[in-house]
Structures are given as C-alpha cells and as structure tokens.
Design a protein around this ligand. Structure first.
Ligand SMILES: Nc1nc2c(ncn2[C@@H]2O[C@H](COP(=O)(O)OP(=O)(O)OP(=O)(O)O)[C@@H](O)[C@H]2O)c(=O)[nH]1
Length: 443
C-alpha cells in the first residue's frame, strides 16, 4: 500500500468513526479541558439542550453548572493525564418547564484523553433506574411476604406443574418436608384420586389463558389428614414476555380451615344435596359443563353413569318415607366411598344419582359401575325400620360417542338406564352408538 492509499484508508476509517459517533445511541461529547464543546453527537445534543439557559451549547461545564458545579474542579485537580475522571455519575435534571417539566436522570462519564481533550458519555437512565428501584422494592416485598406469611405456602412450578422451589411455609401448611415436595407435581397437595394428570395441566392452561387459576376444596397433608384450602396458580412471565425455562408458575397454597366462614359454608351449601350431603344437580351439571369444555380443548375420555334406585316406591310404601330417606343416604355414601375423589358424585333427582368420570372411557365406566352395583346389593342400608337391601340400575355413556355434546351424553346414559330397568334392574347398560339396542349389558 503506497502513501496515497494509506491516506485514503485512513480517511475511510475516520469517516466510519464519525458515522459511529453520530449514530451512537449514547450521547458523546468531545470537550476541551476548559469545557468548550468541540463535537457533540445528536443524542448528547438532545440531552443537553434542555439544560442550556440561552439555547446555545458552547461549553459543557456551563450547561451542567446547576447539576454538577464541581466538574471543572474535578478535572483540574488530581486527575491523571489520561483515563477515567468520573464514571456513571448520576445527574438529576429537570427537563421542560412549568407543568410540563419532567425529572430525568442522566448518567455522566468523563474520560480524559490527553491534557487538552476529554470525552463525555451521556445517557438517559431514568427508566433503567426506575426499573431497578421497582425490582428492589418487589424483592423487599417478596422477602417480607415469604418470611412473614404463615398461612400461605408459595411454590414455584415448572411448565409441567412440577415443584421447583418453595418457601418455608410449605411444611407448616402441608406437613410435607422440602425433600418430599421436590420433584413432585401439584397433585401432591390433593387427596389421593382427587385430581388427574390432565386436570393438573388444565389448571396450568387456565392460568396461561386467564392470568390465574383458582381451585378451592379439600387438600391433603402429608399425614393423610385433610384441610379446606385454596390454590391459586399464576404464570410467571419475565419482563418482555416469554417464559423462563424452569420457573413457569407461582402457586399459592392456603389453608382456609380457620377461615371456614359463612361465605365458604354458603358456597358449599349451594353445591350440596340437602338430604345426602353429596353434590346436587346444579353442581353436577356445572362440573359436567366444565369438564365438557376441557374435553373440547384437549380431547380425553369422559364418561357418565346414571344410577336409579330399583323399586324405590315399594320401600317408601312399605317402610315409610324416613326409611326411604335413609336408603337414599346409604346409596349416596356408598357411591362416594366407591368412586375416585375426582369423580363428581351427585344426587340429581329423587332417587336418581349421577357420577361424572373424567379421563374414563366406556369400558372403565362399566367396570366401576358394575363394581358399585355389586357392592350396594351386598350391603344393606340401616334404617329405623331395620336393614334394607337395595339395588340400583345403571346407564353409562361416554363422550367419545356423543360428539362432545353434554345433552347427548346425558340422553344416551338415560336411554341406557331405561334399558337396564327394562332388562330386569340391578344391572349396568351402555349403548354402543352403532347398535340400536343394549350392548354392554350385564345381568
Ligand atoms: N323417601 C324418599 N322418597 C323419594 C324421594 N324422592 C323421590 N322419592 C320417591 O321415589 C319413588 C320413585 O318411584 P318410581 O319413579 O315409581 O320408581 P321406582 O319405584 O324406584 O321403580 P323403578 O325405578 O322402575 O325401579 C317415588 O315414590 C318418590 O316419591 C326422597 O327424597 N325421599
């Protein structure tokens, strides 16, 4: 490369450097040691101009006199011949006037290049400082909550509902040691059989879609005892959206046993059958509609069994209404004891019961319904009029045959129940969609 080419190369590099200085998103100012501004890029001009009293930007020390009166002294005394004079000093400035005046925070760095020249870096760090402040405040609040709350347990869940982190209250509320909780899913806090793996994911999806998922009901402690609790799940979204790799949800578990106030009791009364204490018709259909929606969102088996007491009128007529009531209570408690906790067991009419079986296909429903019929027939009800043997007929239907329609599901179960009665009672019937008559009947 000859001298001319070298010069051209140098010129190009100089132009590139100038271009960088002008386009840089930070304010850059070249000043002489007396503060005279030699060069100022657009970002710096934008930040400094509102500080200028007379609308000119000739001298940096004059422009910053009110917010940093010591700058000149700082440069004059005790600074090295070259190097950093001050780094990231925060200058509170007031931009604008009157009601439109706004407090901003500038970060100011001064670097001495040689005895004559200095470079200044300026940045508006108002938002960044506010964010850091908010973050510190949130950390302080969270710290206070985590160490202060006694009747809440806070748990962090991974995207699959697995427990990642927890606060100390977990042991106090659930009785589970941290070691026992680690690696488990939130199903650990429910009584056995009262939540399916699909339902765990439903809660997480609901939290994603609606911002939170709240589930109130019976929870289980490590020693098997139960407590009435609430579980609130909210997604943890890092600033800027997206998801963190491991911590995806925050779960707040609360023991409401001491708060079983009227509101809770009223809520429970609204969903319970007054005679038998199991779910009532309204609760059954609310749960069935909820489950139908879930099935539509994420296909999975769902079945229903309708039970109807056999020749119940005879019991009433021969032994009296109170004995009939006792038999209904016996059927209800036997139902409750025979099905999983996640199954919704309800009395939906006088002597008619329904059980909703999430994640259960027709064959599974048939097996459990039949088992129940046998169990009931073998366990007489104790009534004031003596022991009474009672049986039920059952009709089963599954959602896979009903195109996701709850009415169709209930109608098919009803038809199957009718078939079971017609076939002699004390039996289970299911109607396969392609067959007009009873198919899964069992004597
Ligand atoms: N004790 C009592 N009886 C009830 C209650 N609700 C409905 N019943 C009675 O249940 C009986 C139902 O009779 P039916 O519908 O004829 O049916 P069934 O005698 O069970 O005969 P099948 O269903 O054909 O086997 C009626 O006598 C109702 O009065 C209740 O809460 N308590």
């Amino acid at each position: 490369m000859d001298a001319r080419e070298a010069l051209q190369q140098l010129e190009r590099e100089h132009q590139a450097l100038l271009q960088f200085v002008y386009l840089a998103p930070v304010g850059l100012v070249q000043v002489r040691s007396d503060g005279e501004i030699v060069m100022v890029n657009p970002t710096a001009a934008q930040l400094l101009m509102p500080l200028s009293r007379d609308g000119t930007l000739d001298n940096l020390f004059t422009a910053l006199r009110e917010v940093a009166p010591d700058l000149q002294d700082l440069l004059d005394t005790g600074t090295p011949a070259s190097g950093v004079v001050c780094d990231g000093r925060q200058l509170p400035v007031q931009i604008g006037q009157g009601t439109r005046s706004e407090a901003r925070l500038l970060s100011f760095s001064l670097i001495r290049i040689d005895t004559e020249h200095c470079m200044v870096l300026l940045q508006d760090v108002t938002e960044q400082v506010r964010r850091e402040h908010r973050l510190r405040q949130q950390e302080a609040w969270l710290g206070a909550i985590l160490s202060g709350v006694t009747d809440y347990a806070l748990v962090t869940l991974d995207p699959g509902g697995g427990v990642v982190e927890w606060n100390d209250s977990i042991q106090r509320i659930s009785g589970f040691s941290p070691e026992a909780v680690h690696g488990q899913t939130l199903a650990l806090f429910y009584p056995p059989d009262s939540i399916t793996p699909e339902r765990v994911l439903d809660h997480l999806r609901e939290a994603d879609q609606s911002g939170c998922s709240l589930d109130e009901g019976w929870r289980a402690r490590a020693d098997g005892t139960r407590y009435w609790g609430s579980m609130l799940i909210t997604p943890l979204r890092p600033a800027g959206g997206g998801r963190t790799a491991d911590a995806a949800y925050c779960l707040i578990l609360r023991d409401l046993s001491d708060h079983r106030d009227t509101a809770v009791e009223v809520r429970q009364a609204a969903v319970c059958d007054y005679l038998t204490g199991i779910h009532n018709r309204r609760a059954f259909f609310e749960a069935a509609e909820r489950e139908t929606r879930r099935v539509k969102q994420r296909p999975r088996p769902l079945s229903v069994v309708l039970f109807d007491a056999d020749h119940f009128k005879r019991i009433n007529d021969s032994l009296g209404h109170p004995a009939g009531d006792a038999v209904l209570c016996h059927i209800a408690s036997t139902l409750r004891a025979s099905f999983r906790e996640v199954d919704v067991v309800a009395r939906i009419g006088g002597e008619e019961f329904a059980v909703l079986l999430p994640s259960t296909d027709l064959q599974g429903a048939h097996t459990v319904a039949e088992r129940f019929c046998r169990k009931l027939a073998a366990s007489p009800a104790s009534t004031a009029a003596g022991e009474v043997v009672c049986t039920v007929s059952a009709g089963i239907a599954t959602m896979a045959d009903c195109g996701g329609d709850l009415n169709t599901l209930m109608q098919r179960a009803d038809q199957a129940l009718y078939a079971a009665k017609a076939a002699g009672r004390n039996r289970v019937c299911g109607l396969a969609p392609e067959l007009p008559d009873e198919s899964l009947a069992s004597p």
